[in-house]
Design a protein around this ligand. Structure first.
Ligand code: DGL
Length: 271
């Protein structure tokens, strides 16, 4: 009888934010072999054009899938998911999962007011990807999106719970929540994989600005649950290979705030 080949999942992001998704997958499937690429040399993706993000995403995926030994590619970057999924699915012959649809599905399931907020990068917000994904699931739900690009740098700085982060959140959210339709949001999608680290700060600032609770939605958990159902019992050794396109030292230091680096080997890769 043939011995089953170990399953392997590859995950990529523009930087260390996607490690929040890797961490959720690793918690759900500790036996599975995982491979992650953070394209730290070209971060941020969120301020780039759709064409450039698509090109970067294809190169990152090419590098991760080079040896052909991967079953699923997870695009753990909302920006790349919002504009590169069709090109990735066309180019590669394996399943490619993005983070927008799971986040949109979780938001539609959670909202009671029918008003969902999304915070993300400029590119993700400009793409309208969440509005499209939510409309496909429930056209009665309204999506209100706000670009909050500075949060990516604050996350990479490790300022998860810091006065500067609260100040940035207030500066972004206060004018946005001045719109009566936006005030009705009861669910906020963390539409950037760097943002789950701000759950505490966001809850605190939203608590000050709104008189009702807002549920935060992070697509890492739905993706991990989906993969856990798919790969339950699959063989593997629980190896975690990490690749970065710039400074390993910085990747280990900053990435260590998002993922327990002791479990992993980090290597530099050139795209
Ligand atoms: N982590 C990326 C995302 O989910 C954004 C960071 C960037 O701008 O590169 O969109």
């Amino acid at each position: 009888m043939a011995i089953p080949r170990p399953a392997r999942i590859a995950v990529f992001d523009s930087g260390v934010g996607g490690l929040t998704v890797l961490a959720a997958i690793h918690r759900a499937l500790p036996e599975l072999d995982l491979r992650f690429l953070g394209d730290t040399a070209r971060l941020p993706y969120g301020t780039k054009s759709a064409h450039t993000v698509e090109r970067y995403a294809l190169q990152a995926a090419e590098s991760l899938l080079r040896d052909g030994d991967v079953d699923v590619l997870v695009v753990a970057c909302n920006t790349a998911s919002s504009c590169a999924l069709p090109a990735l699915r066309q180019r590669f012959d394996i399943e490619v999962l993005g983070v927008i649809e799971p986040g949109a599905a979780a938001a539609v399931a959670a909202t009671r007011t029918g008003h969902v907020g999304v915070v993300g990068t400029e590119r993700t917000v400009a793409s309208g990807a969440y509005a499209h994904a939510v409309a496909a699931l429930d056209p009665a739900v309204s999506v209100h999106a706000r670009a909050t690009p500075l949060l990516v740098s604050l996350a990479e700085e490790g300022w998860f719970d810091h006065p500067a982060t609260d100040a940035a959140l207030r500066a972004y959210l206060l004018p946005w929540l001045g719109d009566p339709a936006v005030q009705q949001i009861d669910t906020l999608v963390l539409g950037c994989t760097h943002y789950p680290v701000f759950a505490l700060a966001l809850s605190r600032v939203l608590g000050d600005l709104l008189d009702h609770p807002v549920r935060l939605v992070d697509s890492a958990e739905p993706i991990a649950r989906l993969l856990a159902r798919r790969f339950a019992g699959a063989p593997g050794q629980g190896t975690v290979e990490l690749f970065a396109t710039d400074s390993i030292e910085r990747f280990e230091r900053v990435g260590g705030l998002f993922f327990p680096m002791a479990h992993a080997q980090v290597a530099l890769v050139d795209l």
